[in-house]
Write a protein that binds this ligand. Structure first.
Ligand code: C5P
Length: 238
């Protein structure tokens, strides 16, 4: 497989065409960003860790019957994915109160939520990715009412599977963000990445934060936290 032209460069990844129809080449970068790009740093090794962790998680999800864009891990920092048309929504699922929801609703962090909360945020850097409702999704013609129901259902299913994976390695899945895309047949597939950049992961015993909050809140060494997640998931860091 040949790597083709650069199609898109985001904050954490570069996307290239390939010589195979419908297949894209993803390169994970070492950049860390937070607060809509206001806090920025290069962290050597972060791209490799996120590529390895995402590849492991998407493989496990596929084994659990969750369809996604993931094809295979190519190298330490690269993977192949199916080309999909991304639905410009960040779908967030929350199991424990934290982050923007705790702040918005004036509630303390760390309280278990009995029925996981699913939220939609509009993917729009200029607007700061605002929280939107199902009706806004419909009004903006981002997805039909049936698709909104499907996105929520899939998000809840993925949550249940992920809770199980992380429980096995002694980690609480506090919350996470996922993205979906449509393939050429209009089928909705899980896309993008699932890594400590996109999840809140707390050690069950010590409550140590093993995710991007380490960077956002200056809590210590980010690569050490991500390496811990990778090795507990059964991966090897270089
Ligand atoms: O900041 P907030 O509490 O809304 O984040 C919820 C979850 O979504 C966190 O796990 C966070 O890492 C993830 N997230 C993300 N990308 C964003 C916003 C949030 O991965 N742009």
């Amino acid at each position: 497989m040949e790597k083709g032209q650069l199609l898109y460069e985001g904050k954490a990844k570069r996307l290239y065409a390939t010589d195979k129809q419908g297949i894209l080449w993803v390169e994970y970068k070492d950049s860390a960003t937070a607060f809509n790009g206001e806090k920025k740093e290069e962290i050597t090794g972060k791209g490799i860790l996120n590529n390895k962790i995402t590849s492991l998680i998407f493989t496990k999800l596929q084994e659990a019957g969750i369809a996604s864009h993931f094809v295979k891990q190519l190298s330490d920092h690269e993977q192949l994915v199916q080309s999909v048309s991304i639905i410009p929504l960040e779908v967030v699922v929350r199991n424990i109160t934290a982050g923007s929801m705790a702040k918005r609703l004036g509630i303390e962090e760390g309280v278990a939520i009995s029925r996981p909360v699913v939220e939609f945020y509009l993917k729009d850097d200029e607007l700061g990715d605002p929280l939107i409702t199902d009706d806004h999704v419909d009004m903006l013609k981002l997805a039909t009412a049936e698709e909104v129901a499907e996105l929520k259902q899939k998000a809840r299913e993925i949550n249940q599977v992920l809770i199980g994976f992380f429980k096995e390695i002694g980690v609480d899945l506090v919350d996470f963000k996922i993205e979906f895309g449509r393939d050429s047949n209009g089928q909705i597939l899980l896309a993008d990445e699932i890594s400590p950049d996109t999840c809140r992961l707390w050690d069950m015993e010590t409550k140590q934060k093993l995710d991007k909050d380490v960077f956002r809140r200056n809590l210590g060494n980010l690569t050490e936290a991500y390496e811990l997640i990778l090795t507990r998931l059964g991966g090897q860091h270089s």
